[in-house]
Design a protein around this ligand. Structure first.
Ligand code: PLP
Length: 437
């Protein structure tokens, strides 16, 4: 018989008050885990295998697979032609911009730029920002909690005259905005930080950070790659200037997107061929991207919207998407609390927030070590037990150093998302107990 998991409706009595969203939110009483999980055939088809490496890339729902097929069979041609199939690709691209704008709570699809991944977008924006340094604004604030993609891309601006200041996490594994206040000066050009850490799962108060950055006359660039699959993104509430996501972490195939305020994107000196209009989004989108994957991203957002409808939100497409993400966040908090108990029972050293009262300040992404067991051994034995987790530096070398961990061994990371179940968390916890000496 296949599968050891029997997902059922999980009670989600928790609220989703988090540093990224301090205001009260729509909170459903139950999360339909059985149907939410059943939408992902790679997950149910692999049972009893447990996908706990979601921070590295998520599985896709059947609708996304169908959409890739539909695209490739029906109109796998270049856009911009005068024939129907090409015009259909134009529609697919326009629709993706509109759907992603809904997902981010932007009112202008021209603010959504499509591409291959987050790193290439961060590099593109950093190169453009590099050309605007000077005129008394040459300082860039970076964090020691970010993925290296949102650090090295900015450090590469040193030859262009950039100076760097470091917003360091505190001992609790969280970036505190009070510390940012002390780093901002009239010379600050931009603050680059995450919405949530891909290694520790801590959530950053990005609205608070944006307010401070703007008060100092600076811009803020948000890396929402790790946060976006787990909770509501709201570029208006956060009042950020730029925000980047990887579609392949948000249940779509490989693609990425960048959002920027229209005025901010308009002002960026980006590379483009002469005949490309100097306007967003085209001035940001050099070359061709993967249309079938962009099409799939749209239907993933449709899928999330339908989940929000199931959870009871009816007002508007944006309200339904927001309700889905709030429902996912609330459900995942229950999994995070359960995971925390399991890790503690196994005697794990947990990096970052481990106080059950602070679960709303983190995502269900846990970096930890088991005393006396190498991280690689934990992952290798987990693999043998049918559990996919990861060990290493999580592309966060500066963070590893802060934590006193070696780059080549690092920590173990188990990262949960909304198709995972309480039963899977329990199986993982039981597995960890078998490693105790
Ligand atoms: C927080 C964070 N930022 C950036 C990236 C890089 O994303 P991409 O692979 O789309 O370039 C990742 C990838 O894991 C990530 O987790």
């Amino acid at each position: 018989m296949r599968g050891g998991n029997h997902p059922r409706k999980a009670k989600t009595a928790l609220t989703t008050l988090s540093p990224a969203h301090p205001e009260a939110r729509f909170v459903p009483q139950t999360f339909p885990i059985a149907s939410a999980r059943a939408a992902f055939p790679a997950v149910t088809g692999a049972e009893p295998f447990i996908f706990f490496d979601n921070a590295a890339g998520a599985q896709v729902p059947q609708v996304a697979i169908d959409e890739v097929n539909r695209h490739l069979l029906g109109h796998n041609v270049q856009r911009g032609g005068r024939y129907g199939k090409s015009q259909e690709v134009d529609r697919v691209v326009d629709r993706a911009r509109a759907r992603i704008a809904d997902f981010l709570n932007s009112d202008d699809p021209r603010e959504v730029c499509l591409g291959m991944n987050a790193t290439s977008f961060i590099r593109l924006v950093s190169l453009a920002v590099g050309q605007t340094l000077g005129a008394g604004r040459d300082e860039i604030i970076l964090t020691d909690l970010d993925h290296e993609a949102n650090i090295a891309t900015w450090l590469a601006l040193e030859p262009m005259g950039a100076k760097f200041r470091w917003w360091k996490m505190r001992e609790d594994g969280v970036l505190h905005v009070e510390d940012l206040a002390e780093l901002l000066t009239p010379r600050t050009r931009i603050v680059a930080c995450n919405v949530a850490s891909n290694a520790l799962g801590s959530i950053t108060d990005v609205a608070g950070a944006a307010k401070l950055a703007h008060a100092a006359g600076a811009e803020i660039f948000l890396d929402a790659v790790h946060y976006a699959p787990h909770a509501r993104v709201d570029v208006q509430a956060w009042d950020c200037d730029y925000l980047v996501c990887s579609g392949y972490k948000i249940f779509a195939p490989h693609m990425g997107f960048l959002w920027g305020k229209f005025a901010a994107l308009s002002a960026l000196p980006t590379f483009r061929e002469d005949f490309i209009p100097n306007e967003p989004p085209h001035k940001i989108e050099a070359g061709t991207f993967i249309y079938e994957n962009v099409a799939a991203m749209s239907v993933v957002i449709d899928h999330l919207e339908a989940l929000g409808g199931e959870l009871g939100a009816v007002n508007s497409p944006k309200a339904r998407i927001a309700a889905a993400m709030d429902g996912i966040a609330a459900y995942e908090q229950t999994l995070a609390a359960r995971m925390l108990e399991g890790l503690k029972a196994a005697g794990a050293v947990i990096y970052g927030l481990s106080d059950p009262a602070r679960m709303s300040e983190r995502l269900p992404t846990f970096a930890f070590n088991l005393p006396g067991v190498a991280p690689s051994e934990v992952s290798t034995k987990a693999a043998a037990a049918g559990i996919g987790i990861r060990d290493g530096h999580m592309y966060a070398p500066r963070l590893m150093k802060r934590l006193g961990l070696e780059m080549n061994s690092g920590a173990v990371r188990a990262s949960i998302c909304h198709y995972n179940t309480p039963e899977e968390v329990d199986r993982f916890a039981a597995f960890l107990l078998t490693l105790r000496g």
